[in-house]
Design a protein around this ligand. Sequence first.
Ligand code: HSE
Length: 291
Amino acid sequence: MVTVRAPATSANLGSGFDVFGAALSKPADVVRIEPAEETTIEMYGAGSEYIPEDPEKNVAGAVAKALDAPAEIRIDKGVRPSSGLGSSAASAAAVAVAIDEAYGLGHSREELVPYAAEGEALVSGEAHADNVAPSIMGGFTIATPEGVTQVDASIPLVVCLPELVISTRDARRVVPRSAEVSQVVDCVGRAATLVAGMFRDDPALVGQGMEDGIVTPARAELIDGYDGVREAALEAGATGVTVSGAGPAIIAACEDERRKGIASAMLDRFAERGIETRAYQTEVGRGAELF
Ligand code: HSE
């Protein structure tokens, strides 16, 4: 029996749509697997009642198939589905790392990323790696068709998860098909600033880089109360605020001592609208861990 904990992640980080991702120190999924003749899946934990256990319809089944390694798989969800926190990616990442260990396949963490991305393809229609890469490798990741560049960053974060459901497929439909050159110039500058901030462990630069005028405004409209929550987080000292992944989670970067105040300001704004919400005081953290 192999047990792996794989973290939630936040993709995009504003200016890095489908490219940037960060592992979060919490929450996380825990997966236990045993090699078997054929793949079976049992689901427990947050939102597991909405996830099919049929291996043909479950990300874990897709990863086991991609690695040609059938297994009995038990998944304890700490990351609820349709959250914007890489729920399916956390399960896919954990299964990829666990199967590699159980079968002694000897893949590097980077080599496991495309296998785990097969799970993503099953749920979102595209095998993008911006959630699975940080969940497997940890830290901040830049995922491109050429591969993954990983940085061991340390940035305090607050993630707020309202009880709203937005499917990744729906959130991808609202992404603009084109942008003005001036918007692209702004986005490149911000993306570069964010990368510099990750290398320097500088929350101010990371926050500047999290602003984005192309994808985020369209997606923010899908999240009831987004503008008010963003404003409250900035007033409480966040250096930058954006939609986490496809939403509805909202992520803020900040200095360590500001996390508590930002979390409570964001929770208050959602509460004013009668929306139940969880807040995680978290940070850029480690990737999948074997137990
Ligand atoms: N980059 C993806 C998106 C992540 O924002 O649609 C969601 O899984």
